[in-house]
Design a protein around this ligand. Structure first.
Ligand code: 5GP
Length: 205
């Protein structure tokens, strides 16, 4: 079985990338990595489903034990991707999605250049602000901080392989699915041609 592909989905808070990823994992052979975080659990979230919630001490121990593929500090909390689960899924030939912020995404790209970086953007900054206020999850100061964070994240946009606009959920999901399918097809073609080359080298006529 061929190795799976790694996709990283980033985008400022409020772009709806979480909803996009929830839709993607309804498709066959697409799986989401569950991150560890030191931030508090929010209403509606579940241990081991949304995140693995942990203390700063345990999080730092996971880093020093080499268990993290990447980690970053965002808004005063740590977030990180447990390495083994991702490796196991890739080994099993799955398409794996990391929904992570830009610092972490770029660290993964350095370690695994084959990873495909996808940046989800809102249709406009006014719309982003509206979505953050409307969902009512964060207070005013937190919204201000997240918009400030967004401008830092946008500056890294040129390093991403793809940018998709989340103007309409299903259209955006379909666009990401096209990227995943095209990546898988590229992988299949490469493997087939490499196999054919190997066979033709062994052929002694
Ligand atoms: P939230 O607190 O809204 O759940 O997440 C805040 C930010 O942290 C989001 O941009 C989210 O994508 C990012 N994030 C979630 N998990 C990880 C992770 O494992 N590593 C990194 N670098 N960022 C993460």
């Amino acid at each position: 079985m061929s190795r799976g592909s790694l996709f990283i989905v980033s985008g400022p808070s409020g772009t709806g990338k979480g909803t996009v990823c929830s839709e993607l994992i309804k498709c066959e052979n697409i799986f989401l990595s569950i991150s560890a975080t030191t931030r508090n659990m929010r209403v509606g979230e579940k241990e081991g489903v949304t995140y693995f919630y942990t203390t700063e001490e345990k999080f730092k121990k996971m880093i020093s034990d080499g268990q993290m593929l990447e980690y970053a500090s965002y808004n005063g909390n740590y977030y990180g991707t447990p390495k083994k689960a991702v490796e196991d899924m890739l080994e099993a030939g799955k398409n794996v999605i990391l929904e992570i912020e830009v610092q972490g995404a770029l660290k993964v790209k350095e370690k695994m250049p084959e990873a495909i970086l996808i940046f989800v953007v809102p249709p406009s900054i006014a719309e982003l602000k509206k979505r953050l206020i409307y969902r009512g999850r964060e207070d005013r100061d937190e919204i201000k901080r997240r918009i400030g964070e967004a401008s830092r994240e946008f500056s890294q946009l040129p390093k991403y392989n793809y940018v998709v606009v989340n103007d309409e959920l299903q259209r955006c999901v379909n666009e990401v699915l096209d990227i995943i399918n095209a990546t898988n097809e590229k992988q299949r073609i490469i493997e087939r041609l490499l196999n054919e080359l190997k066979e033709s080298v062994n052929y002694d006529d």
